[in-house]
Design a protein around this ligand. Sequence first.
Ligand SMILES: [Ca+2]
Ligand SMILES: [Ca+2]
Ligand SMILES: [Ca+2]
Length: 393
Amino acid sequence: VRPSLVVLPAVVALAGTASAAAAEDRLTPSGPSTIRAMWLGPSTAEGRAPEVLTRWSVMVGAGGRAGRVRLRVLESRERATGRANGPWEWLPAEPGTYSFPAPHVPYDYRSNDLALDQEAGGHALITFHPDDPGRDSFSDPGELYNLDVFRPLLADDARDVERSERRKGEELRLGATFERDLDGDALGDETEDVGDLTALSARVSEWRDGFAIITARVRNSGATVRNLPGIVRPSPVSDGGCVGCPVKPLGPGEVGEVAMSVNVFGEGVRGVVPTRIEAGAEGPDTNPADNVVELTPNLTLKTATLPTPGVAVTISTDLPSTVLVTARIAGVRLAREVLFPTAGTRTIRLTPKTRTDRRRINRALRRRGRLRAIVTAEAERGASARRRIVFRR
Ligand SMILES: [Ca+2]
Ligand SMILES: [Ca+2]
Ligand SMILES: [Ca+2]
């Protein structure tokens, strides 16, 4: 998602309807004042994710003055009530688009108005839309754009201040840049809320009603808190989602667990267990390569003794794997590699390959007392399972 630059919602609302009367450039009022861009048209009412104001910009035309200006964020009401103020900035007279950092406050363009404090005034920042008799007041830019002027400058903590003047048809070319801020830390999640998670391991930790619960261990390898660590939803999208979210924020150096469910056999839209997952948080990652980790297979083992002598081993894995199965009996090591191209179950026999090994085991079996053996299965990324078996009591 790219940062959204919105000059005014009107730009969208009026697109594609050529105005009969030509717009012209104008200057802002001379002298110190606060000038507020007022849009009197409709705006949409959809629910928006939390957003934070990050920058503001103006488009300077020809023929104006230079001078100091300052951004004001106001409540969207007839009378002016302040919410936040930027620092004073120097605005050149040369035509161009100038962008400045904004006070980072929660921002919804439908419930906030933007204004500028100006000292000298006379800046080339206005597009004037003449009245268009061919349009009704709901579609005539000459009616919808207005510039409210407050003299003297609005106080920093202005409340319910009446405007001094409303200039019809004057569009202040002032735009806001804002970004999603899901964690509400006033850092834009698209460009500012940067960090570095590392995915250490992941596996299917549990099954619930046909949903695989995938749990991952993640480390915060960066210098900033990650407020919304989690697993990025794989595509194609199946039912499921974040489990136990939001989890606790992860501080620098901390290791934590995040989880996600995927519908594999349950009701609804099904998917498959992913072979790898990607860890993510609210903002960009400085080293995305280490956010991805392959799932560690879950291995299970069943064993039975053989008269030959030897051991029968039944291995199950929930992922494609290469499993090394070993047994230690009376100091003899028996080993076999078992390939699973897909998840599944296989039974193999581990028996001594040489006559010497067979004799050694048989000799141990003839002695008094128990003969114990350890059977181990090991696969990728540290997956292992182990069973102890008793040959003779
Ligand atoms: Ca944020
Ligand atoms: Ca954050
Ligand atoms: Ca990373």
